[in-house]
Design a protein around this ligand. Sequence first.
Ligand code: C2O
Ligand code: CU
Length: 479
Amino acid sequence: MGAVRLQETLTVDSTRRRFLQTAAAGLGASVLPQAQAARATTQLTAGVLMQQVRAAGPRTTAWGFNGSVPGPALRFRQGEDAVIRVHNRLPQSTTVHWHGLRVPNAMDGVPQVTQPPIEPKDEFLYGFRCEDAGTYWYHPHQSSFEQVPRGLYGAFIVQEAKPLPVDREVVWVISDFKLDGRNQQVEDFGRVVDFGSGGRLGNTIAINGKAAGAHQRLQVRPNERVRLRLVNASSARLFLLDFAGHEPWVVSYDGQSVEPHPLREPLLMGGGQRTDLVIDGTAGRGEFAIMDKRDKGTRLATIAYAGKAVRARPLGKPAAIQPNRHVEPNLTTATQHFIVFEGGVLGMPAIAAIDGKKLDVKTIMEHHGLSWTMNYTAQHEHAMMHEPLFRFRKDEHAVIRMINRTDFEHPMHLHGHFFQVVAVDGRAVPQRIWRDTVVMAPRQEMDIAFVAENVGEWMFHCHILDHSAGGMMGTIGVE
Ligand code: C2O
Ligand code: CU
């Protein structure tokens, strides 16, 4: 069925979808620089599996990479070429997107926009140079509102040329599952009510694919230095992380170095975001709760001390990680753009075009189940995206004012680029950091600035995956 739909799309839109020629030329190899020989190809197989998610009771049927949820943490050195063959053993077509990595457009893993979907039993070769160090992750971009919560995600780590000195490194991919009494996933993906509200939330938060709770232990020795790489791989859930008895150092957001600073307030992480923390075993003994402070509060894990002191004294402020290459946007010459978000169960889009067709609000709500608009239009499938929201010249400096006229938070993600939040509700932000995903608060206005340096058509969407499926996705073009 996927194949049929793809064909239709291509006849409708074959001039714009340049990936056809690229695909024919044999991907991967054509985009990899020749100079550096790539190491052996990484094999990544998406398939159905069984996993003990909850500590008690039967195993859960899930979808995952290489037989587990999360999939393997892929590790490369900065500057190294990644060559990854993705095999599809799912009952649906899929793709893999390398969230946060500045890859060539044809390697970005967006069905219909950058590549044809990988049909069941088929495979696709991805290849790109890992220019940017940091913590990233990978997940499908095909039916992501279903494929991600079923378990298709994993960490993607690019080691700095000069790694931060730590005693140990821990990766936590945090997500949630919606499980029934027999520990099986509730098969209610794609409900209109989830598209229009906070998204489909699970009832079981998981760390590295195992149910969170006091029993999840982060073992630390006195004065030990641990680097904790956090990835929020949830399809809808935001976390507000609190580390009792400790003030971890924040060393990067979305893989991009920041001046190390102690975490004095709970850490908000929207879907798709990453944070690297350095935790020093300063408390020396005892057990401390790691909590998610959202809603009523959930115990996620325990920092548990054990063993002999690693050193006599804690290490103190860590050095900053060497930043990746970034071009500072020039705000005085930058072009200005606006994007208005409307919709959701508590709001209504003023007027909307859906997949290119103008429709009145009543029809939209009654027949389409689409709940969100971006600049008064909704595009609910990659195949239907005929026009980018914005077009930029290569190397154009740009500011986009994102106007959230909804009562919901939206973690907004731009592909292929990093941006800085330069103003919130019209007030300049003095401390500018680089991100690829930022949480817009309800009714907030947020200005993001970036340099459109990566040629191609790039997704710009909400990372509550039910929202993007419900209309909150579009593209920007850089040419
Ligand atoms: Cu994490 Cu468009 O994706
Ligand atoms: Cu959203």
